[in-house]
Structure formats: C-alpha cells, structure tokens
Design a protein around this ligand. Sequence first.
Ligand SMILES: *Cc1c(COP(=O)(O)O)cnc(C)c1O
Length: 403
Amino acid sequence: MSELVLRAQKLDAADELAPLRSRFVLDTASDHAADAAGIYLDGNSLGALPANVPGRVEDVVRRQWGELRIRSWDESGWWTAPERIGDRIASLVGAAPGQIVVGDSTSVNVFKALVAAIRMAGEDRDEILVDATTFPTDGYIAESAARMTGRRLRALTPAQVPSALSGRTAAVLLNHVDYRSGRLHDLPALTAAIHASGALAVWDLCHSAGALPVGLDEHGVDLAVGCTYKYLNGGPGSPAYLYVRRDLQDRFDSPLPGWNSHADPFGMSPSYAPAPGALRGRVGTPDILSMLALEAALEVWDGVLVSSVRAKSLALTDFFLECVTAYTEPGRVVSVTPEPHGERGSQVALRCPDAGEVMKRLIARGVVGDFRHPDILRFGFTPLYVGFGDAERAARVLGEVLG
Ligand SMILES: *Cc1c(COP(=O)(O)O)cnc(C)c1O
C-alpha cells in the first residue's frame, strides 16, 4: 500500500469530524462499479442531502400544510422562520442574533444590500466598487444598482480596492472567497480600509459560510449576503440570507419594501412603515418548503465548531494538493489555489487546457467536481462529509485520467 494511502487512513482515523458523514445521504462503495470512486467534491456548488431533511419535508407538507393548513403560519412557526433560521446561520458566521433574515436568492439580496448601502452612504458619494473577479450575478446586479441610483461603478480586483477608495466611494461589494480560484480575501483588512474611507462594506459569503470562520460582528462588516445551498447544504435553490449590522438597521432603507417587512404587516396599511431590526430585510411571503428544509439541514451543525471545520478543510486541501503532485506528471495541471492558508478557501482549483474533457472523464469515474470556464477543474472540500481517503482516491483517479 502506498505511503499516501496509509497517511489517508491515519488522518481519517484521527479525524474528530469523520462521524458527521453519517448525517448525510452519500454513496456507499456498493452503489458503484468496482472502479468508480463515489467521491463528491462539489459541495461548494450543491451541498449533499442531510439525512434528516426528507422526513422533515414530509412532515411540513403532510401535517403542517396538509392538516394544519393556514394555522401553521402561527402554530408551526412559519411566519417567524426567516428570523429564526437567520439566527441559526448567524452562529456560523460570527453574528449575534437579530441581524440575519433568510429569504429570496443571493442575487436579490445583493440588490437589497447594495442599494441600501448606497442610500446609507449619502448623496455626495457617487462611486461603487465591485470585485472584477466576482461570480457574474453580483456584477450584473451592481451594474443595475449603480444605474438606478445614478452612481458610477468601477470593477477592480480586491487587491486594487484599498488604493481606489476615496471620499467619493459609497459602497464596496466583495466576495469573501473567489468562486473560481478559491482565494480567500482579507475581510478584516479590506473592511477596515473601506471604513477608513467612510464607505460601507458589503460582503458576499457564498463560498465561505459553513467552510471557515467569517467573524461578521468582530470585523464590523456592514452588510453581507450568502446562499445556503453550498456549504450549508440547504438544497437546490434554498433561500439565501441577508445580514444587516445591528446599529445600521434603523437606517436600512430597503429598495424592496414588501409587506413582510412592514412594522404591522396585517394592518394592511396603504403606506409603508418599516419593521424594526433585521426583518426589515424581508420582502414577500417566505418560501416555506425550501426554508424549512434548510432549517432541518442546519441541524447537522449541532455541536460542530466552525474552527474545527476550518482546520480539517485546510488539512484536506493540503493533502489533496500533495497527492495531486505525487500522482500527476509535473506541469500537467497548475494549482491556482493560493498556498498560504490565510489566502485559501475550502476548494482546490487546478488549471489545465483540457479541463472540460478531464472533468467529464472524472465524473464518469465517480469523482464529482466541476468545470469552470475556460480551463479550471474545481474540487470543493466539505469537511462535514469528505475524508482524507476521498482526497487521496480523487487525486489518484485524476492522475490516471490525466495520464
Ligand atoms: C453561488 C453564488 C451566487 C448565487 O446566486 P443565486 O442568486 O443564488 O443564484 C451568487 N454569488 C456568488 C459569489 C456565488 O458564489
């Protein structure tokens, strides 16, 4: 047995998070042909199904909806679900309760957060900065928000942001982890620089929440958004969330002031008066089926420390990179994921010219990652259910496919 296989076995045996895998529905060896690996490295795109979700959804549909019907808005806690689930997520991103609501998509929450930030910054600040390397939807929304609010939009890399800040900057929209390269940006330093210029910092946490500590309150982030179907395993299209720092909530002027964020939603008043607190970020009737599936999914985090998840994530990506180096001809792939731990998210991105074809063959062999145009192989490491043996086998199959 090779040295790497033995190391993987030792690392798995010592892994205190290994038992969490049983909280998920994943392939077992018998689900696959002898040479198919059954390794899921795409949890940064769609997290695996937590085992308790199907039963919960069944109950929500059959009993809460089917039997209690409209009573469930109160009796099953439907109406308050956006704040209640927001508080559960808050504990995973370093936020005290009362600052996060769940609902809508990340794209919609980017819009709410960015326009609200521009409004809070005041009329004399006429520029918005956006991460030029962002997942495209954030850039599209920022462009529209700029046009609607009459501001100028500048697209820059996060490294260029500090020198571009000025008294004209209203808000800056950044990604905590780059979706393509897996680079972790320096949220504390960038937030501090943005604040020093008097602007507001809006962070997209899609690729960091559930994978590493975020520290929203500690670092004074103004507004943040994120999705719940990646590292939070909420299911396809599960609702996103919006964080509004407590001391900004009174000034949060939503560009989408729906009736769910009204101070008295059932007063049915023709004029709008915003509710206090985070629920000002709500819009319309919440998507209860998805939302309560997410609530069940978040139970896999009970008793789990994000710091332990981070430690395992770094060990996994280190080990995977080491295995790739051992199993692959030098120069065949180039890692674009930063070496230093302080600059790495929870994925490994490898560049190779035939990445699209390589990923197809990997998937056929049971190693599921994804391909990002034009030449990136992306492997997500979700420490709740991926082990060191998975990393070693995935690298070995990759070496065979590339060879
Ligand atoms: C996944 C992701 C999104 C997804 O947006 P949706 O509105 O949920 O489709 C947005 N931004 C970033 C940075 C992402 O990684």
